[in-house]
Design a protein around this ligand. Structure first.
Ligand SMILES: [Zn+2]
Length: 344
């Protein structure tokens, strides 16, 4: 990116109410068959337009074609039985009924590649596409086949690599892997989490990102955050290895979080998507608040490597709030851009 402080979002944006019930995760589709295919494309166009009107520089599909950032990808794979459900603990935090891995996991055909091609046709701006990361995928399943988190993660990494290569060919500029699980399973992150992530990006020429956050603004995540104390140092565990990894960009939750900003020093040299928008409340940040978060981050990120972003996806918010937050992100980044341009 030539532009200083290019803005983007972590991924999901609210869906229109005619497509799915708003402010709800895993919201069922309101359309069927051909109508649904068309509806998803229309929603993608709208989501793109809202990003463009807000002045967002690196745009996405707003995840309009998926019900959930992990589940929708897995639904398209073989080897997972969605009827056979078991209750497991997600990210050590809350119990959920999840599908079962019953055989070898494989990808028979591309999952999001057509959607990405459609987005590519709509804009000349840089586009970013999000995929779930291997560790976060295994954490939302019951594994009755491999019986090894690590083995299953390696299988998913291979599948993600196939998908990523096709997304790159479809014209995606940045492929992002969502790994909120990196903030929870520290030993596994260092033993094989980052290795499987690097498998997922193997051979890619486009830019790659990993998004590590404290989750959507749902109750289970907010309750968990309340147990983390006055300083959240979880990033400290994965950062040294991530700094040495081949990943280009690291996307983080910063605004309104208790993450000490100086932890970012540990990934010096990487591009950093700094979360300057809180997705866990409906209060729209002022541009000055956004600018203040970015200024703090600039102490630890080189100017040309700072990408203002949201803390996480905004799918659970109302469209009006999400729009307000996108505008604030752009305006806040512009304040800091101006300050940087008048410095000697
Ligand atoms: Zn997130």
């Amino acid at each position: 990116m030539k532009k200083l402080l290019p803005t983007s979002t972590a991924g999901s944006l609210p869906k229109p109410s005619w497509l799915a019930q708003p402010e709800t995760l895993w919201s069922p589709w309101k359309l069927q068959d051909e109508g649904l295919v068309e509806g998803k494309q229309d929603a993608l166009r709208l989501s793109l337009q809202e990003q463009q009107q807000a002045g967002i520089d690196i745009v996405s599909d707003g995840e309009q074609t998926r019900q959930h950032f992990v589940t929708t990808f897995i639904e398209h794979l073989d080897g997972v039985d969605f009827e056979k459900r078991e209750t497991v603990r997600i990210r050590d935090r809350y119990d959920a009924s999840v599908p079962t891995v019953v055989g070898a996991v494989t990808r028979q055909k591309p999952v999001f590649v057509e959607d990405a091609r459609f987005l590519r046709q709509q804009t000349k701006q840089p586009i970013k596409w999000a995929l779930p990361g291997p560790m976060t995928m295994i954490d939302t399943l019951y594994d009755a086949h491999y019986k090894s988190r690590e083995k299953l993660a390696w299988e998913f990494a291979k599948i993600l690599n196939q998908e990523a290569k096709e997304l790159e060919a479809a014209g995606v500029d940045i492929i992002q892997f969502d790994e909120p699980a990196f903030n929870v399973f520290f030993d596994e992150v260092n033993d094989w989490g980052i290795a499987t992530l690097e498998k997922a990006i193997e051979g890619l020429k486009c830019e790659t990102a990993v998004h590590i956050c404290y989750g959507y603004g749902i109750k289970a995540n907010i309750d968990w955050k309340n147990t983390l104390g006055s300083e959240w140092r979880q990033y400290e565990e994965a950062f040294p290895k991530l700094q040495k990894s081949n990943i280009d960009i690291i996307s983080l939750e910063c605004h309104n979080s208790r993450v000490p900003m100086d932890l970012i020093e540990l990934i010096r040299g990487k591009k950093v998507m700094v979360g300057a928008i809180d997705v866990a409340n409906n209060t729209i940040e002022t541009p000055e608040e956004v600018a203040s978060t970015l200024r703090k981050a600039l102490q630890f990120v080189d100017t040309d490597k700072l990408y203002p972003c949201t803390n996480c996806g905004m799918a659970p918010l109302s469209r009006a709030v999400a729009r307000g937050k996108l505008n604030a992100l752009s305006a806040g980044a512009e304040i800091v851009r101006k300050e940087l341009s008048i410095q000697p």
